[in-house]
Write a protein that binds this ligand. Sequence first.
Ligand code: PNW
Length: 487
Amino acid sequence: MDHDISRRNFARIAGLGALSAALPAVAAGKPEEASAAAARARTFPRGFLWGTATASYQVEGAVNEDGRGPSIWDTFSHTPGKTVNGATGDVADDHYHRYKQDVQLMKALGVKAYRFSIAWPRVFPQGSGSPNPKGLDFYNRLVDELLANGIAPFATLYHWDLPQALQDNGGGWESRDTAEAFGRYAGYVAQHLSDRVKHFFTINEFGAFVELGYRIGIHAPGLQLPPGRFNQTRHHAVLGHGLAVQAIRANAKPGTKVGLAENMTICCPVIEDDANIRAAERATREMNAQYMTVIQEGRYTDAYLARTVADSPKFTPADLKVISSPLDFVGINIYTPTWIRADDSPLGFTPVPNPSSYPHMASSWLTIGPEALYWGPRNVAKLWKVKEIYITENGCSSSDVPAADGKVYDTDRIMYLRNYLTQLQRATTDAVPVKGYFCWSLMDNFEWADGYTNRFGLHYVDYATQTRTPKLSASFYRETIRRNAVA
Ligand code: PNW
């Protein structure tokens, strides 16, 4: 008995997971029991929410229909040289017209939840002012179709398609007016959809749209603001989030839950020992200071303010209160790890750059590190005592060339998903409160500046015919959902 317990403890400490659980049975010469134990060890908690995700501009098309106003992504993608092969979201997956068929794809996968985004310029073509009821109607139809098929709708209010009018008047997120308009729009949507939508995300990925759009300039609106104006833009984005949280609470039906979906820097210890684990926790706070940390803690860290000095954002204590409005859950989009080691610098950590041989998926930024799905939620739960976490995006690009039989054998995506999900399962066995997982993406779509070249879907889309074909990874995901365990 004692023997057994210490062996199990050893296995836990060594992090051997499924294999270690099966070892005693293997040693006893009972392979069936061994594989049953291994299967149990790969199992997720009962009721774990499996889903997929998309975003409006990436899939909908129909950019001129039913009164939709232009967004900064229409303008940007139509500007020569901004996207690969001049790709635009004019048609994309034509999901606006094919949503019923797409809900059937979800149903065939067996997902219980779908994360989609609402296009602000469909609902308020000018960003604020009068709403366009026909725009909201599309989401009414989509939500009804999902519910009729037993799929819970999880709605994101901002996945980067800012109404162009708000960019033209005041510089988009550079202006406080945009944060305020976002709050009004969020309240309006919550008022009309919260009878059926129980989970809202305010903003998708501050860390991508603000940095890539307003500092580096490779996403819409394509600006390279100087540091002071840029840090103010960051501040307005988190302020917009907080105003939206308050507006949703003020306008939604009781029981509606509010959170966000942020692609934090996922700090993972280079080696899983005490010193590096602590360093990765410190790094999580500091490397996310401008977004997640201020949202969770209601203050910018001293190190952030010291780093930005004269270019620090201007803010009031009242702003910080709004920004840190309590959330019901936290969504994290996780693709890649940032490896952290302890050192004796003032902050006590340093990121370790990837060597040139480090493996990545088809997108060069998508470096592989399954442990990100373990340390990401674990650090968030520990640092900020978060009780409900969703992985709101995880997935990868693959070259995805159809074989002679027309099928796509994306063994690399299966490898990626299997390894990442194994680490997510490990998090659940360590009592990290991860409640669900949304695979990015349901189907290939408009991958922003990369156009249609990088495919992230579980379904292959032939853009000439709009045919959707399940890839091998769709079978893998369906089987994982069916077992509620890593397949
Ligand atoms: C996320 N990076 O974007 C977005 O939320 C999705 O819209 C997108 O399609 C998906 O991930 C895949 O890219 C990212 O350069 C874009 O590190 C770029 C980066 C990360 C996330």
